[in-house]
Design a protein around this ligand. Structure first.
Ligand SMILES: [Fe+2]
Ligand SMILES: [Fe+2]
Length: 317
């Protein structure tokens, strides 16, 4: 099975369309960021997603996972537009799984209207709803008898402009533990996806104002996984880390941003039997390409390889 993990498209919304009454607090800071130049890094996001949809077809990708941050300011109009722009990549919908980033639930009005659920809910449902304890969270999706994808929500509103940290509610972590203890998952590959990074490339936690506040609790629960990976976005650089805290058997992959000018990237995983190979996607001359396999994962955190693996290719700048 071939899985593409991307993140953080941050579709650009023309600032002209933002109603003046929305210019306050967190959004004002976000809008000033866009005006100050941040926005232009994502100018071509919609065209790039179309290109990625073409890549998906050409490379026979079976499943796409996107770890959030579709918008810049979290306006309902942006979420609605983002759902349209992602559609080419999200076909068929049962082969696309996503969850929100902090930018998609920026402010309280969007949370109250549940706009993200309204427009992206079709990509976030559970095959085991009996384990959902916090709305739909955590959700579990099963593929064949060899893969489970689990989504936990670490994004939360951050009314203070200087904060963009995340947190997984403890009841979700308890439910995640129960899911991972379910004997029906025993022989499956398990991919746990969430927006925030539990660790950076150097194996250290992100800063308190940008990171996942209860990353250690999350990683402690993930010790139950024998073969699989943790997938996240939020940090706009692609990386993986095998510098794991003690007891954790799996690597962490950050898909950076699929659309950020000069840093476009994603991960492509091939799962076959007891092996999972990772390749890194990049953007060059107007199209997405992938490196040679640069990481091989086996059960119990083993990564010895009978084939040449160009690990350096996983660590492109
Ligand atoms: Fe982001
Ligand atoms: Fe984010």
């Amino acid at each position: 099975m071939r899985i593409l993990h991307c993140s953080d498209p941050h579709f650009d919304l023309s600032l002209r369309t933002i109603p003046l009454r929305k210019w306050f607090g967190k959004r004002a800071v976000g809008a000033l960021n866009l005006l100050g130049g941040r926005g232009r890094y994502f100018d071509d996001a919609d065209r790039k997603i179309q290109e990625l949809a073409r890549f998906r077809e050409e490379h026979n990708v079976d499943l796409v996972l996107c770890t959030g941050d579709y918008t810049a300011l979290g306006l309902q109009a942006e979420i609605e537009e983002a759902a349209e722009l992602i559609a080419p990549l999200a076909q068929p919908p049962e082969r696309f799984i996503t969850l929100p980033g902090n930018h998609d639930i920026y402010a309280k009005d969007v949370i109250h209207s549940d706009a993200f659920m309204e427009f992206f809910g079709r990509y976030m449902h559970s095959d085991w709803p009996q384990y959902s304890v916090d709305g739909i969270w955590p959700f579990v999706r099963l593929f064949g008898d060899y893969l489970a994808v689990i989504g936990v929500n670490s994004a939360k509103p951050n009314p203070l402009p200087w904060r963009s940290d995340g947190h997984i509610p403890p009841e979700q972590l308890d439910a995640l533990a129960r899911i991972l203890d379910d004997p029906r998952l025993e022989d499956r590959w398990i991919l746990v996806m969430t927006h925030y990074a539990a660790r950076l490339a150097d194996g250290k936690p992100d800063t308190p104002h940008h990171g996942l506040r209860n990353a250690d609790d999350f990683l402690r629960v993930c010790r139950r996984i024998r073969k699989g990976a943790i997938l996240n976005g939020h940090v706009h650089r692609c990386y993986f880390t095998d510098l794991r805290p003690e007891g954790l058997s799996i690597d962490l992959y950050c898909a950076g941003s699929v659309s950020m000018e000069g840093r476009e990237c994603f991960w492509l995983f091939d799962i076959e039997g007891d092996r999972m190979e990772a390749r890194r996607g990049y953007y060059e001359e107007g199209e997405y390409r992938v490196t040679a396999p640069c990481r091989l994962l086996l059960a119990d955190g083993e990564s010895e390889s009978p084939i040449p693996i160009q690990e350096n290719a996983c660590r492109l700048p």
